[in-house]
Design a protein around this ligand. Structure first.
Ligand code: CA
Length: 226
């Protein structure tokens, strides 16, 4: 069955252009003109990935993202009108895995979708379970436990944690993490890493304001420690 991508965009011209670009890649395209429509039909449409515009007539793209994240870890790409730090960070904090800016470059969009779909696949099954302080990470099952209780991470957060735990105690640069987790070697953006680290901390840290496990090493990157 082909990959199904839900596009949420009120501008018909853009929606159509995106549909052509995605169909060209062999993906099936589902469409919604408003966030309300998308949320209502989300379960029956069961998309493999969601592309959501921030600027929508009713509830905006941020709200759509937050609503979807309440019950789903479907990969989400946010579409922003410009490369505005506030919008990008707010989108990622709302739960998006990645973002693209308008005007949408079809090749870049396809590359980002492909990278994100790759991430959805389970980790290397040979990766052994590991314990980091009060955290237990089981890569091939996609499970993380904190003090014995399972916690829910999105696929991107999970891959980020696995990557950091693969090299426990070692500082990994943003560039390295972008390459390993997002699969980007040239159009990466450190904000993707920073916001995902913040999101990860809210879930795995005893006190997210004073991280004990996912530590920032100023000017160098991040490391995971017990
Ligand atoms: Ca719009």
């Amino acid at each position: 069955m082909s990959i199904r991508i839900l596009t949420i965009e009120d501008d018909e011209r853009i929606r159509t252009a995106v549909r052509f670009a995605l169909e060209d890649e062999g993906w099936s395209v589902l469409e919604a003109e408003t966030g309300e429509q998308a949320l209502e039909g989300f379960n029956s449409m069961a998309p493999d990935l969601v592309l959501v515009d921030i600027g929508l007539p009713g509830i905006d793209g941020f709200e759509v993202c937050r609503e979807l994240r309440r019950g789903s870890d479907v990969p989400i790409i946010m579409v922003t009108a410009r490369d505005d730090t506030h919008d990008v960070v707010a989108g990622l904090e709302a739960g998006a895995d990645d973002y693209v800016t308008k005007p949408i470059a079809p090749k870049e969009l396809s590359a980002r979708i492909r990278a994100l779909l790759r991430r959805v696949k389970p980790e290397d099954a040979s990766a052994a379970p590991r314990t980091v302080g009060d955290l237990e990470i089981i890569p091939d099952e996609g499970v993380v436990r904190k003090n014995g209780e399972e916690i829910h991470l999105t696929k991107t957060e999970f891959h980020l944690l696995c990557e950091l735990s693969d090299q426990l105690g070692k500082v990994l640069s943003r560039e390295h993490l972008l390459e390993e987790v997002w699969g980007y070697d040239y159009f990466g953006d450190g904000r993707l890493v920073d916001v995902h680290v913040r999101r990860l901390r809210t879930k795995v840290e005893p006190d997210p304001a004073h991280p004990r496990h996912v530590v920032t090493v100023r000017g160098m990157g991040y490391k995971l420690q017990a």
